[in-house]
Design a protein around this ligand. Sequence first.
Ligand SMILES: [Zn+2]
Length: 450
Amino acid sequence: MRGCPVSVPGMSTALQNETVELLQQLIRFDTVNPPGNERPAIEHLERYCTQAGFDCVLLADDPQRPNLVATLGATDGTDGPVLCLLGHVDTVLADPAAWEHDPWSGDVADGFLWGRGALDMKDQVAAEAVAAVSLAREGWRPARGALRLVFVSDEETGGDVGARWLCENHPDAVRCDMLLNEGGGEVFEFSGRRHYGVCCAEKGIYRFTITAHGEAGHASMPTIGDNALLKLAPVLAALADPPPGYAMTEAPAALLRGLGLDPDDPDSSLQALRAENPGLFVMAAPMFQVTLTPTMASASQKMNVIPSRAEIRVDCRTPPGLGESETLARIEQVLGIRDGEGPFTISFTERTIGNASPVESELMTFISRWVEQADPGASAVPLILPGFSDSNWFRTAFPECVGYGFFPQRHQSLLESAPLVHSANERIDVRDLGFATGFYRDCISGLLGS
Ligand SMILES: [Zn+2]
């Protein structure tokens, strides 16, 4: 393990300003996905990296939606590790009427930079790019291994032309040993101590449909048919109040230990978390269990016809490593029904197993030391992202790769940031752009040699 040169809090304002400027430029490209139309934003980043001496290549399945791979150093793996800084440039949609500043303005006001993508995740793309480009411009080159910047399209709708496509079709272009992506890093407090979450895993997605079968009939005579919709009432009630059940994995167990709680007693630990910090509990509880959230329903197509068939669609998220059979077992336990028995069938419409990186690694050691020096008294703790990210595709393609989500925010906390993601008035404290750029610079030179 090399030393851990920390450049904050004396981090240069010039670099913070450069990150602010690049983020403003990125936000002004409308990359709402669908349709994405990420080409102008990706080409902007390509020019920025090429000028600093990076080898740049655009790889695209859809010509309007390319992905940028910018490399510095030898990537054959013989000379040391490949460190990859990953980011997506597409965003979800935004309704300007609900915003205080236009979502594509990149306005700086009240100490914040406003715009769609300011947190998810053009901020990180800008900080990663400025960190890497500023080092390269100063003449820095890896003393060992290589640095790779991978800026992709199409994360918000699944990566079919983005990270997933890259990992499956151009693995040699994006292969890496260490990966930094979105999913963690905002500061939060517990028991009087400041913590920075490092996302070591994302949950899997096992969306499914529960169908109840009955018999049609005229709605004027309720008992003439067998109303499939009514059969779903107990299923909905069970979803509203599921029995406790935990699937404890490595990262959340380490999180509880890091917070001074007991992973062998998840019930009491989660109660303690809820009592002290209800907002944190809402975000943390899904890390420990299969979540089942009904989001869509359908039954009869006609007002006067008793439905012979009724459906509920459930967004189900699973802890990493949990496969289809274990997921189905938990679903049947919660709902008290079995697939194919009685009037019910359960069918999966989407299956992506969640994966994880180990919580102990050279990268984690670096992050922990950096946090301790950059924010004295604070600590880094592992966590699982309740949602999904492109890290999953990298871990699947490169099982040896250690991939974490980490974008350190010291000023704008987790509880302040989380409600703004995918929401109106998305914004970032400009001081955190400097803080994060400092982290990526230290990380690059610390892990690849200065
Ligand atoms: Zn994102």
